[in-house]
Design a protein around this ligand. Sequence first.
Ligand code: MN
Length: 313
Amino acid sequence: MQILNEILEKIKKYETIIIHGHQRPDGDCYGAQFGLKDVLKTSFPNKNVYVVGETSEYVSFIGTPDTIDDKLYEGALSIVVDTATESRISDKRYSLGSEVIKIDHHIPVDQYGDLIWVDTTFPSCAQMIAYFYKTFENELKMTEVGARAMYTGIVTDTGRFRYRGVSKLTHEIAGLLIEKGADVVEIDNKLSKESIGVFRFKAELLNNAIFDEGFVYGIIKAENVEKYNISMEDAAATVNLFGGIEGYNVWFVAVEYPNEIRLRIRSSGLEIDKLANLFEGGGHKMASGARLNSFDELDKFVSEMRAYIKRYQ
Ligand SMILES: [Mn+2]
């Protein structure tokens, strides 16, 4: 692919490269960021390569973001991974760089950047970074640090290789990462560990699941997150628990954040990204996010959901 050559050429031109992701980074965001950092740092030891943005406790074993000074952006290349919406880029200083590259697998919302590589056929952004590496395998290098990061990104964004988009290529790339040192069991253990608080939180949430017309959902109040002393990431990740119930092909959780309610919507058939678009969201056809100002707007969302399901199912 021509775009990959252009990206590599651009990278070669810059001495300093700063890698951004999205707010509230997940395993794939971290996987792509730290995977790319490892590939670039290992292949071009003289370059200064940084990862910036928010931290994620859940995947902290992948790496820790760097704290850098504004002046490092002078003459630098910014690369933003896994982020469709410009306003969701974590650390707004990406625009201080001389040029910006966007690498993403979400349905595009804002096409920011001087070079754009967006491919929604990739089930994770980490797979894109690993594919980039694979394309120039003779020229690029990686260590087990990068392999672990990208493997983690792939397994988290594909729900352990279960979602649409997982392909022969996904498995080939996972195999390559294992060959490069990703430890399957170690990564799975790290991702699977949970506290008693998370366990009990899940039990209460599932017990209070609300079944509507063809969809099921859970309401996550900040006070409950506090009561069980769990992270917001753990709370939001519970959306996956609602999948697979017979007769309920769409599900979501509504998570209370300080100034907004964030919805995580999932589907096993009906495309729900258009519905998410109506509520300041989007993402993938089967996995989208959206937002409400408060729980007062939940009824409106639920009735839109009912109508949407009736219309399209
Ligand atoms: Mn992703």
